[in-house]
Every structure is written in C-alpha cells, then in structure tokens.
Design a protein around this ligand. Sequence first.
Ligand code: ATP
Ligand code: MG
Length: 628
Amino acid sequence: MSNEREIYEPSPESSTGSWAENWEALRDHAAHDLEGYWAERASELVWSKPWDRVIDDSNKPFFKWFVGGETNIVTNAVDRHITGPRKNKLALLWRSEDNRETRTFSYFSLNREVVKMANILKAMGVQKGDRVTIYLPRIPEVVFAMLACAKLGAVHSVVFAGFSADALSSRIDDSESKLVITADGSWINGNVFPLKDIVDDAVRFSPTVENVIVVRRTGSEVHMDNTRDHWYHDLESLPIARGACETVQLDSEHPLYILYTSGSTGKPKAILHTHGGYMVGTYTTLKHTFDIREEDRFWCTADAGWVTGHSYVVYGPLLTGATTFMYEGGPTYPHPDRWWELIEHYGITTFYTAPTAIRSLMRFGDAWVNRHDLSSLRLLGSVGEPINPAAWEWFYDVVGGGKAPIMDTWWQTETGMFQITGVPAMPQKPGSAGMPVFGQDAEIVDEHGHPVPDGTEGFLTLKNPWPAMARTLYKDDQRFIDTYWSTYPGRYMTGDSAKRDEDGYFWIIGRTDDVIKVSGHRLGTAEVEAATNSHRAVSESAAIGIPHEVKGNAIHSYVVLNQGYSGDRDLIEELRAHIAQHLSPIAKPDDIEFVDKLPKTRSGKIMRRVLRARALGQDEGDLSTLDE
Ligand code: ATP
Ligand code: MG
C-alpha cells in the first residue's frame, strides 16, 4: 500500500541540468512574486504587443491574464520556430495503426499544412470567434485543424472521435459550430469506425452547420452531400488553399477553444480557454515537469479529444519546440507490446500515459515489455486518476528500467495545465502526485473551508490564480461561479478529496463524491482500490459505497482479474483478508463481484457513479461519455 515514507531520490542524470533543477528557488520566487514569476515565463515567448498587467482580478472569479497583450498561440507554437534553427526539426511524428505508415512533419512543413487548412477554413467563411467542431481520429490532420482554427482566431471544439451521434450533435449545437471537420472513418483494432456516418446523423437537424470537411483515412464508402460536404484532398488542390495566411494577432483573452469534460461526475461541462494565459501555462509546465530538451521525442498517449491531448500532445510540445509523437492505435492491438515496440523503434525519451493503460498492460505480464529495448526512456508520466503503488512500481521498474522518474500530474480540463506534480529533480513518492506547481498554493480544507492538519483528508482547493485557468463555462457564467467558486469563496474548488503529508506531498484520494463513509470512517475509493489491486490476481477494481443500516455505507467492489485467475469463493475471502491487512478491516468489501470490465469514460476513467446507480437500481444519469 501507499507508504508516505517511501522516497525515490532523483538520479543525477534525470535532475542535473534540468529546467527546474533549482526547483526550490523557482518555487520561492513564484511564492513571493506571483506576477513577476509569470511575467518572466511569458517573456520567453513572442508577443506582438506587450501586456500592461499580468493579472487582473477586479472581477473575480473571472480572472484575466496578460491584460492588454497581443499574440496568437500559433505565433509561438509554429511561426517562431520556422525563422530559426528549428525550421527543419521534426515537429510531429505519426505512426499508423497497421504499423506500416509513418508521416513526419518538420516545423516548416507543419506550417505549410496549417496555412493550407487555414486558407480553406477562411474560404469557407470561418472568421475570428466562430466555432468549429473537430471530430477526427488520431491523425496529423487533427493537429492541423486545431492550429488552423487558432491561427484565424476561430474557436475549436474537439469532440473525441468515438462519441455517438447524439453526444456529437449536442456538442455541435451547444457550441453553434459553423463547420465540422471529420474523416471518412477511423481505424479501431483493424476495423473501420464510421465517423462520417455519425456526423451525417449528428448534423442532420443542426441549424448552424454550413459545411463539413472530410479527410480521407480509411477509404470506406461514405455519402457526400454535395451542398455541404467536401473532401479535404479536393479542397487542398484548389487555388483557395494556396498562398500565405497571416496568423491573426489577438487579445490575450481571446478564446482559443471550448472542450467538454469527461463526464465522470455528471453532465459534461464546456470549459473555455484563451490564447495568452493558456499558452504561457502549458509551455511552462511541460518544460518544467517533462524537462523538454531539443533531442527529445515526447509521446503523450492521450487523444486530442481530451484536455491532455490539447495541452500536452499539441500545444505544450509545439510551444516548447519539441518533437511530439502520435500513434493512431491503442495499446493492446494487435499484441500487448505495440507501445513498447514503438518506444523502441522511435527512441521515445518521454512517455506520458494513464494508470488505466498501465494496469491493462501490466495484466499481460513483464515478458511483453522485456522483449524490447526501452533504454531511450528518460522520463515517464501519469495522468487521469490516482496511480496505485503497484502500478507505479511496475511502470517504474519494468517499463522505465528503474531509471526514469514518474511525473504524476494532477490537473483537470478546467485547470488547463498541471497543478500538482513533481519535476525530475524532486524526490518521488509512489502514489503521490507531488507538490503544487510553482506559483500555486493548494490547501486541504474541511467542509467549512478551514484548513485541516497534515495527514487529514479533506477537500482539495487552489488558492492562487494561474494563467491557464478556465475563464468560464461556455455560455454559462453562473454555473462556472456555482460549480467552482461558491463553496469556498476566494478559492477554486477542485471537487477532489486529498491529503497532504508532513513533507508537503499531496495524495489525491478521489472525487469528493467517491469518498465512502463506513462506520464513521472516510475511505477513498483510490485507497480501497489500491489495496485490492495490490493482490497478484487483480488487474483492476472499482469500489463504491452502498447504504447500510448499521455502518452507514458498505463497500461493494467490482474486480477484473489478471489472466490465469478465476473468481471463486476462496478468492473472495482471500481478497477480503488482503484488503483488511493492507488497508484496514473497515475497508473489507461486503461484496466482491468479478467482472470482465468496468464502466469507463472514453478517456479511461472508472465511472463509479454508474456502478452505484446500477447497484441501487437508480437512473444512471448522463451516459454520453460512457465507453461501452
Ligand atoms: P467531469 O468533470 O465531467 O466529472 P472529469 O473530472 O473526469 O469529468 P477531467 O477534467 O478530464 O474530467 O479530469 C479531471 C479529474 O481527473 C480530476 O479532478 C481528478 O479527479 C482526476 N485526475 C487527473 N489527474 C490525476 C492524477 N494525477 N491523480 C489523481 N487524480 C487525477
Ligand atoms: Mg472534473
């Protein structure tokens, strides 16, 4: 189980010369002079007009950053690189699911592709402030489309290309998109997923969509409506696609994108991010935490449909001038070593993924990893859920060969950038996300908003504003205030529960809604699941609380077993004893059910609210993001 005292000291190779080698000094600087610290970070980037003020907090919680300044995130993610030594450097490296096709883009050619797409969007009437929905698989065009929108000052809304027509249509309508960019289909485990058919269904009654651009990917038969639909490869060869395209200089606070959250706790929320602050925040946090170096090949496995894909597949890596790697497929097709094969083949140096993927790969055993040379790996990362210590250790030892520190990054769609994480020079504690990023001050409070002592669990709040903070919920300022800023006035409420240890490390316990109160004791789902998952038979598990007359709540656990184990009565008893021993007898589940899989969001998070609703025979709520 998580052991707060277990510490992994950074190796000299991972810390010496890293951007945040003097992390304590950076932290102190930011703590004493928040505006000065961020002004210094922002000065590392290009602005066509300097800002007058770093932070404007006159209308809280609607903070403004770099007020009066003008720039465009594309000026810094693309344009500034092609006038210097990075012109011929690889910006984007892509591999197909069938493992036969590689596409590579230098910064120079990335710019050419973005200019081309921006010219086409412009010709279709897309203007500054217009919304564009992007429904594309993991192919380079998703990057071009996002950057093309940003270049023109249009607002992109990327919808994960796995959502149903209903989910897509509600997001298109809510954002009032003029244009949808999609593909004929996508490859999923060797089969075609019919993206264009889904778009057809979704836009049939849409009052706002004027045009649909279709990228050819799978070559499957699709219906094209000749008044609305256009093949991208036809548009590309038209005169409208040619010529230069200016990167529109925008006010810092001009919207960059809207993005719907993953819906773990309810109906997805439409988060709005802007150019200036988001740019500075993603640039800085990626540089510090993943210590981006010129020779790096950075691979974040997230889909562009999630915030992790926005901040750390597309914007962050390009802002830092890194080489970002994108793989079209998933981790276990056709074999559970596809990712390891790619790391070896491309010499990936930095590998950033999610606990759900780590656990699912761990299930297949070490041999799949060990047949590959992963010695290029210098840093590892985790995001999305608390990483249980058993998975942490496997990732560290087996994948990272015991030499690559794991950056466990806690953040949210709303925060835009990391909030609690380590840097390579900081000692690590398996299962802890680390400490607040420089300039942040996180505090654990009780229900009245009073700080709790170290070691006590409570509600995680953020005290300082940060540049990449969400500006609002699209078209719903009131819900923005109510959801995040009213419970503890003056603080941002994260909705997660956590505790801080004596060394100042933060341990995320789970979502507030997921805390289970048993006989007066509060148990985090993460703790119960970590204890369960540390048993050799268990691949992953989910714990929920069910009302109980005597105890208040009783724990019910759903367990997915590793290959080669069968769930019987003996195993149930063994697991209960194991949990009692490794966490507490109070945490012993009343009921353990073996299942083949757990309900998850499309981004891979366990949807405990769905398990709870099912167990109680209640309405399951918004299921638009459920992966079934
Ligand atoms: P919704 O807000 O619609 O319920 P969501 O919260 O799952 O969806 P995201 O913004 O993608 O949508 O996820 C943020 C949440 O993910 C955090 O609040 C936290 O619960 C969890 N999380 C992210 N990173 C970590 C991490 N490193 N450790 C623990 N939990 C994490
Ligand atoms: Mg959330």
